[in-house]
Design a protein around this ligand. Structure first.
Ligand code: DGJ
Length: 691
């Protein structure tokens, strides 16, 4: 809901539990007033009456108070907007008008000598979505050096702490929290994709715990290079500025009449601690971001760890028969099915089935997989090309490169220049043909290297390639989804290198990490769950000892319960599993299907973080509760501590399906539930129902 004060210069946006307010001074300074608990318009008006302190030669009263600090004038904080025209650099805007849309959107328009800047706000539940449009209304050229999606201003508090999700390949999404000190902390990616190093998310608090206290969170919806700067200003204020692009070397050139719309930067305030903030993020993504989020995601099998590049129709069928036997619902053929792709040295770019491996094309295998009662999925990596490919031999200029420089190969591949229209046409044609050639239900879309030589010879403003690549990717995904509405898409980038709110508006789930070790995964999943819901978090059960990473031996039970915390998949070589293992796997898959609605659509409570001993999560949906618990190692013969459940009705009783015991809600909340876990790498699933 949007409230507007009588003078038309104070605006208040409210969700069920929070409000966000801003005010325009008589000098057209747009000030941030409030972000926190729900307030009334009269409260916002009272805040607006608080005058700005006076100007000093060394301090600006605007710093730390503006909604969207532009470059130019008495400002010393990081500018969210930096613009250059023929005549000058910087912005000095005048307020134009405001407009509301529906009951939850507000748009504020400013003008600066032919450049129009519109700030957009939209409440979605308690999540505030912000983005900005910059339009060149009259200049011969407007160079956008920087155009962030938003600047968020936090209230004066002592002792801010910053939480972030950091990592690298096979170790993504690890949560770390540290005191914020004066100056700026900058995170982002200058790699062309979201990156394994940081999820585009931060959270700030002063004294929050998992279930109590104030938490502010911000997350960016962009799948290319990005930057977020968290600044502790000289007073007790914090500002977070973020958007597409890493450096200030130039984002886009706007010709007369052209405009640029930033990605959405979403933010929330919660007083329910980190758990409350996560649940608000999850509900937001299920309701507004992820397509068809109300649908259950199927249990999948993926061939990568089982067969690597060495694949054939017969061998995939052997796996498919076993997969069907244990209850898998979607069979995905990973890398190696196309072109001359017998290793990572060749074939990327040639999206037709390898005739030696699939003499009858993909349709034959897809039909047989359907015949086994499963959906059929396929792996692609459309944005890349191997120099050893028909595509590269025909179009060596279709890649990103700098004239006269070496073309850096990573994993023996180069990045296609998706900003080029001919490349866009080629990819559309190849992928549309592929999806029309066989009954394909699922596409795993991979991206396995960073940008290194992002040049575009002949193009007047090659910097646009960074933004236009992502726009082209989004357009391609949107067009494929529209043309093939039955096909679901997974975002993958060497594991979790492309996970963000932008890609999630057009993909059904994401590959969380190439690290499928079930113990490491608990930490990765713990971090991932700060922002994203289980409904999009793909997790596989793979072989033991772990073949990809560390050789760790772990029981099937532990591997399954770890992967059941998200969208369950199987990635082991099922042809090597014993009859007992297959029978056990079948039982776990059956159990997962039973608890799936609660896991994929329920509210998540992180009961204990993965920190060496017992860790656990709880999902709650209506009267149903599912607890997944893992014991890494039992020490000194001590029994694992009881798990205090969350979100229950203290006056109700709950029956545990596993033990048949009936527990009082008040007892489960205050004293907890015993898991009976023992030894090393033990795990369990406990189902409870309110009776
Ligand atoms: C990286 C992905 O993360 C893996 O799951 C697999 O698809 C390989 N690429 C295939 O090359």
């Amino acid at each position: 809901m949007v409230d507007i004060a009588e003078d038309g210069r104070t605006w208040l946006l409210s969700g069920p539990a929070s409000s966000y307010a801003l005010h325009l001074t008589d000098a057209d300074e747009l000030l941030h007033l409030h972000w926190g608990p729900r307030i009334a318009i009269e409260d916002a008006e009272a805040l607006a009456r608080d005058p700005l302190p006076g100007y000093w030669p060394f301090e600006s009263p605007l710093d730390g108070r503006e909604e969207y600090p532009v470059e130019g004038g008495p400002r010393f904080v990081r500018p969210a907007l930096s613009v250059r025209t023929e005549e000058r650099r910087g912005t000095e805007w005048r307020f134009g008008s405001y407009a509301t849309q529906g009951d939850n959107e507000l748009h504020l328009r400013f003008d600066d000598d032919g450049i129009t800047i519109t700030l957009h706000y939209r409440m979605r539940g308690d999540v505030v979505e912000r983005w900005v449009t910059v339009e060149n209304g009259g200049h011969a050229r407007v160079e956008l050096l920087r155009a962030d999606a938003a600047t968020w201003t936090l209230p004066d508090r002592d002792g801010w702490r910053l939480s972030q999700l950091h990592g690298r390949w096979a170790a993504e999404s690890r949560l770390t929290t540290a005191p914020l000190t004066y100056g700026e902390k900058v995170i982002g990616s200058r790699r062309g994709h979201t990156g394994h190093q940081h999820l585009p998310w931060v959270a700030l608090d002063t004294d929050a715990t998992e279930e109590h206290g104030e938490v502010y969170g911000c997350a960016l919806g962009w799948s290319g290079s990005w930057r977020m700067a968290v600044a502790q200003l000289p007073d007790a204020r914090v500002q977070i500025t973020g958007g597409a692009g890493y450096d200030d070397s130039g984002l886009l050139l706007l010709q007369p009449g052209e405009s640029y719309t930033t990605p959405v930067f979403a933010g929330l305030w919660s007083e329910g601690g980190f758990g409350g903030a996560s649940r608000t993020w999850h509900a937001y993504q299920r309701a507004y971001v992820v397509p068809d989020a109300e649908r259950d995601r199927p249990v999948l099998f993926n061939s990568w760890e089982a067969t690597n590049f060495d694949i054939s129709e017969e061998q995939q069928l052997a796996l498919a028969r076993r997969a069907a036997g244990i209850g898998v619902e979607l069979f995905v053929v990973d890398d190696g099915w196309f072109g001359a792709r017998t290793s990572d040295r060749a074939g990327l770019g040639d999206w037709t089935p390898n005739p030696d491996r699939f003499p009858q094309g993909l349709k034959s295998l897809a039909d047989q997989v359907h015949g086994l009662g499963m959906q059929f999925g396929i792996w692609v990596e459309p944005e890349m090309v191997n120099p050893d490919s028909e595509l590269y031999r025909a179009h060596p200029d279709w890649v990103q490169y700098q004239p006269g420089r070496r073309r850096t190969e990573l994993r023996n591949q180069l990045v296609l220049n998706l900003a080029r229209e001919d490349v866009q046409h080629y990819l559309w044609d190849q992928l549309d043909t592929l999806l029309s050639s066989a009954p394909i239900d699922y596409v795993k879309w991979d991206f396995n290297r960073c940008f290194t030589d992002a040049g575009w010879p002949g193009e007047a403003y090659p910097q646009r390639l960074w933004v236009d690549h992502v726009r082209a990717l989004y357009a391609l995904l949107d067009r494929l989804r529209a043309a093939h509405p039955g096909v679901a898409f997974e975002s993958c980038s060497g594991g979790g290198g492309r996970i963000d709110l932008g890609v999630l508006t057009r993909t059904d789930q994401v590959w969380t990490s190439d690290n499928t070790d079930p113990l490491d995964r608990l930490a990765i999943q713990h971090g991932f769950s700060q922002l994203h819901p289980a409904r999009v978090m793909a997790a596989w059960v793979t072989d033991s000892p772990n073949t990809q990473l560390n050789g760790r031996v772990s029981p099937l039970r532990f591997r399954f319960v770890s992967a059941m915390a998200g969208v369950l998949g199987i990635g082991g070589d099922l042809t090597e599993w014993s009859a007992e293992e297959l029978a056990e796997a079948r039982r776990w898959v059956d159990l997962y299907k039973e608890i799936r609605p609660v896991v994929q659509h329920g509210e998540l409570y992180r009961l204990r973080p993965p920190a060496g001993g017992l860790s656990a999560v709880q999902y709650l949906r209506g009267a149903e509760i599912v607890v997944l618990a893992w014991l890494q190692a039992q020490s000194h013969g001590e029994s694992a501590p009881a798990l205090r459940l969350r979100g229950l009705d203290p006056a109700a009783s709950y029956e545990c399906r596993e033990t048949g015991e009936v527990h009082r809600g008040a007892v489960l909340l205050h004293h907890g539930l015993r898991t009976g876990l023992k030894g090393d790498l033990d795990a369990t699933v406990l189902r409870l129902r309110r009776i």
